[in-house]
Design a protein around this ligand. Structure first.
Ligand SMILES: [Zn+2]
Length: 96
């Protein structure tokens, strides 16, 4: 498989997995395995890089588990709807 295709597939699968990631420590997450329904892969943030214990990552390939955690980090924490609206609406901020 071409490198660009591997990357695209990892991103696609990462998007699918992002809602199923569990944070288990400050910089460690567990992401469901796609090949083993009862398995998980550990992803850790170390020195600014995401590391995963799966075969793809060990082979230096893009992996869906790191993509999922990356998407989660980019999306930020879950906020309640009212608080999020207040932060995004400048009029709400002025009147508060
Ligand atoms: Zn992985």
């Amino acid at each position: 498989m071409a490198p660009a295709e591997r990357r695209r597939r990892a991103l696609d699968r990462g998007l699918f997995l992002a809602d199923r990631v569990a944070r288990v420590a400050a910089s460690t997450w567990l992401v469901p395995s796609q090949s083993d329904p009862s398995g998980v892969h550990a992803v850790a943030l170390v020195d600014g890089y995401l590391h995963c214990d799966c075969y793809a990552a060990a082979a230096g390939q893009p992996c869906a588990h790191r993509a999922a955690v990356c998407l989660l980090l980019l999306a930020g924490p879950v906020q309640d709807a009212a608080a999020a609206e207040e932060r995004s609406d400048p009029r709400a901020r002025r009147s508060a």
